[in-house]
Write a protein that binds this ligand. Structure first.
Ligand SMILES: Nc1ncnc2c1ncn2[C@@H]1O[C@H](COP(=O)(O)OP(=O)(O)OP(=O)(O)O)[C@@H](O)[C@H]1O
Ligand SMILES: [Mg+2]
Length: 283
C-alpha cells in the first residue's frame, strides 16, 4: 500500500474514530486524538453554510449552473478512459475562474463516483480553494513539498462525499521550484500510476504569470483551460496554449457566459416543462 493510499485511509480512520467516540487505544484512536487537537486549534471541516455561493455544486446542487458543471464532469469522465487520473484546471491570466471551476468539478465528480476524489490547491502564490470552502488556512502542499509535514497531516477529509482536500499550505518563497521538484513529480506519479480509478483535480496559477503551472502541466494526464467570456484576450489564450504544447488538452471551459445560461433556461423550461410540469411545450 502506498504512502498516499495509507494517508487517505488514515484520514478516513480518524473520522470514523471521532464519530464513534472513545474506545480501545488503537493506532487510529491515537491519531484521532491528534486530529481533535488539530481541529480544536482552529482547523475546521467544511461547513456547507460557510461555503461561497459560487460553489454551486455544494450550495445549490440542483441549479442550472450546477448542471453545467455536471455536464463538464460527464464530458471529462467520458473522455477519461483508463489513462486519466490527474487533471489540472488552469487559464492564461488571473481571475478567469480556475478555482471556482476546479472546486465545482471536484465536488461534482465526488458526488457521482463512489471513490476518493482529491482536490489539490496547487496555486501556491494565490491559494484560494480554502477561502471558497470557508476554511481557515493551514498546512498543505507547500509544507509537504518542503518536508515540514507528512502528507497525512495536510489532507483534509471534507465530509462532502469522498472528497479529500490538499490545501496549498503556508506560502513558500520558491513556488516554481517546489512545483517542478522531484517530490512533486513523485506525488503525482504515485497517484497516477497506482490508482487508476481515482481522480485528482489540481487548481493552479495562471500560465502567463509564472512557470509554476507550466511545470505542473507536464506531470498531468490532462489539462483544462478556462477562458472567460469578455475577459480572456484571444492572444493570451493562444499564448497559454503554446506554453502547454505537448500536454493533453482536454478542452476549454468557456466561463461566465450569461447568454448561454439564459438559453439553457429556455431549453430546460421547454423540455422539462412539457415532460414533468404538465405545461404544453411551446415549440
Ligand atoms: N461562472 C462564473 N460566473 C460568474 N462569475 C464567475 C464565474 N467563474 C468565476 N467568476 C468570477 O471570477 C472571479 C475569479 O474567480 P476564480 O477565483 O475562480 O478565478 P481564478 O482564475 O482562480 O483567479 P486567480 O487567478 O486569482 O486564482 C470571481 O470573482 C468570480 O466571481
Ligand atoms: Mg484561483
Amino acid at each position: 500500500m502506498s504512502r498516499i493510499e495509507k494517508s487517505l485511509e488514515r484520514a478516513i480512520e480518524m473520522r470514523e474514530s471521532l464519530r464513534k467516540g472513545p474506545g480501545k487505544e488503537t493506532r487510529a484512536n491515537t491519531a484521532a486524538k491528534a486530529d481533535i487537537t488539530k481541529f480544536e486549534s482552529g482547523e475546521p471541516l467544511i461547513s456547507a453554510e460557510a461555503v461561497d455561493r459560487q460553489i454551486v455544486c455544494i450550495r445549490d446542487p440542483n441549479s442550472l449552473v450546477a448542471e453545467q458543471y455536471k455536464k463538464l464532469r460527464a464530458r471529462i469522465l467520458k473522455s477519461a478512459g483508463d489513462s486519466l487520473n490527474t487533471v489540472m484546471v488552469t487559464s492564461s491570466q488571473i481571475g478567469e475562474g480556475k478555482t471556482i471551476t476546479a472546486i465545482n468539478l471536484a465536488v461534482a465528480v465526488a458526488g457521482q463516483l463512489d471513490h476518493t476524489v482529491l482536490l489539490v490547491d496547487a496555486d501556491l502564490r494565490n491559494p484560494s480553494v480554502h477561502k471558497y470552502l470557508g476554511m481557515k488556512p493551514g498546512c498543505g502542499l507547500a509544507d509537504y513539498l518542503r518536508g515540514d509535514v507528512k502528507l497525512s497531516d495536510a489532507l483534509i477529509k471534507t465530509g462532502i462525499g469522498k472528497l479529500v482536500l490538499l490545501p496549498a499550505g503556508n506560502p513558500p518563497d520558491n513556488p516554481s521550484e517546489l512545483l517542478s521538484s522531484e517530490k512533486m513529480k513523485g506525488l503525482v506519479d504515485e497517484i497516477k500510476n497506482r490508482y487508476s480509478d481515482r481522480y485528482i483535480i489540481f487548481d493552479s496559477s495562471p500560465l502567463l504569470a509564472a512557470a509554476d503551472s507550466i511545470s505542473l502541466a507536464g506531470y498531468m494526464d490532462g489539462v483544462l483551460l478556462v477562458v472567460q467570456a469578455g475577459h480572456t484576450a484571444p492572444k493570451a489564450a493562444r499564448k497559454a496554449l503554446s506554453l502547454i504544447k505537448g500536454c493533453r488538452l482536454l478542452g476549454a471551459v468557456f466561463n461566465n457566459v450569461p447568454e448561454y445560461l439564459a438559453r439553457q433556461q429556455i431549453y430546460s423550461y421547454n423540455v422539462y416543462g412539457s415532460t414533468y410540469g404538465g405545461e404544453k411545450n411551446p415549440r
